[in-house]
Design a protein around this ligand. Structure first.
Ligand SMILES: C[S@@+](CC[C@H](N)C(=O)[O-])C[C@H]1O[C@@H](n2cnc3c(N)ncnc32)[C@H](O)[C@@H]1O
Length: 274
C-alpha cells in the first residue's frame, strides 16, 4: 500500500472515531485492532481524574493516545506548544492551561471530523489561547523557529514518512525547543505479518519504530539530547487484545512479541546553535 493510501485509511478510521464520540457511541475506532475504550491496553487509564477535571467530557472520551505527554513535558507560562495529530484536543487543552493566557497551544490534525470535535471541545472549555489547524504533520503549516515545545500522543507511529515529520518538527521548533512525544515503540524485531497488517497500522502498532530507529531518525533530523523512556510495557495478554482481533495468531507469535511493544516518552532538543 502506498503512502497516500495509508494516509487516506488513517483519515477514514479516525474520522469514524470522531463521529462515534460526537454521536455518543464511544471511541473504539480502528476496526478489529481497537484503539480506544476501557478495554484497550494502549489507551486506557492515561489521565488522572484531577488532570482532566473541568475538561469537556467529549475531549476526555475522544482520547486515543498512548501516554500523557503534558504530564511529562516541561511547559512554562508564555510558551507556544504544538500538538501533532491533536485528535479531540485533550492534550492541547491541557497544554493551554499550563502555558497560560500569555502562551498558545496549537493542535494540528488532518481529519476534518476530528478538527470539528476539537473545536467544539475548545468552545465548551471556553479557552482562547488555543488554535486548531488543518494540515499534515509531514508538512506543518507554521513558520520556522516559531514553537517552544512539540508534543504528540500516539501519532508519529501512524506516518509512513517519519523522516519528513521529524524534519518538519525540527524546522518549526525554536533553537533550544523541545520534542516531548508519547509513542508506541518496538524493542527488537517483530514478525513481518504484524508490520504488514493495515488494521494494526491504524491501531498505532504496525508503524511503530524500533528504539534505535527512532534515535537515529531524530539525530538525522538534527536533534540532540535524545532519550526514550518506557512508560508501559505490553505483555502477551495486552498483545492478545490488540493483535488477536486483527486476525493474528497471538499464541503462535507470542515468543516473538512478549515485552517488545512499549509506550514510550520520547524527548529531544533542537540545539541552540546549529
Ligand atoms: C491515535 S489518534 C491520537 C489523537 C490524540 N493525539 C489523542 O491523544 O487523543 C491520531 C490522530 O492523528 C491524526 N493524524 C494521523 N496522521 C496524521 C498526519 N499525517 N497529519 C496530521 N494528523 C494526523 C488523526 O487524524 C487522529 O486524529
Amino acid at each position: 500500500m502506498s503512502t497516500p493510501d495509508i494516509k487516506e485509511l488513517v483519515k477514514e478510521k479516525y474520522g469514524e472515531a470522531a463521529r462515534r464520540v460526537t454521536s455518543g457511541a464511544g471511541t473504539s475506532c480502528c476496526g478489529p485492532s481497537a484503539c480506544g475504550g476501557d478495554g484497550d491496553p494502549i489507551t486506557r487509564d492515561i489521565y488522572s481524574t484531577s488532570q482532566v477535571i473541568g475538561l469537556p467530557e467529549e475531549a476526555v472520551k475522544a482520547s486515543l493516545g498512548c501516554g500523557n505527554p503534558t504530564a511529562l513535558a516541561q511547559l512554562h507560562p508564555g510558551e507556544t506548544v504544538l500538538d501533532l495529530g491533536s485528535g479531540g484536543g485533550i492534550d492541547v487543552l491541557l497544554s493551554a492551561r499550563r502555558v497560560g493566557p500569555m502562551g498558545k497551544a496549537y493542535g494540528l490534525d488532518m481529519t476534518d471530523d476530528m478538527l470539528a470535535l476539537a473545536r467544539e471541545n475548545q468552545r465548551k472549555a471556553g479557552v482562547e489561547n488555543v488554535e486548531f489547524l488543518k494540515g499534515e504533520m509531514e508538512n506543518i503549516p507554521l513558520p520556522d523557529n516559531s514553537v517552544d515545545v512539540v508534543i504528540s500522543n500516539c501519532v508519529i507511529n501512524l506516518s509512513a514518512d517519519k523522516d519528513s515529520v521529524l524534519r518538519e518538527t525540527f524546522r518549526v521548533l525554536k533553537p533550544g525547543g523541545r520534542f516531548a512525544v508519547s509513542d508506541v515503540v518496538v524493542r527488537g524485531d517483530v514478525p513481518a505479518e504484524i508490520k504488514r497488517n493495515l488494521e494494526l497500522w491504524c491501531g498505532c502498532v504496525a508503524g511503530a519504530l524500533k528504539e534505535t530507529e527512532y534515535q537515529n531518525k531524530l539525530a538525522g533530523a538534527g536533534f540532540a539530547a535524545i532519550e526514550i523512556d518506557a512508560t508501559r510495557v505490553y505483555d502477551i495478554e495486552d498483545a492478545r487484545a490488540f493483535l488477536g482481533a486483527a486476525g493474528i495468531d497471538v499464541d503462535a507469535v507470542a515468543p516473538q512479541i512478549e515485552g517488545k511493544f512499549i509506550s514510550a516518552f520520547v524527548r529531544a532538543v533542537k540545539p541552540k546553535i546549529i
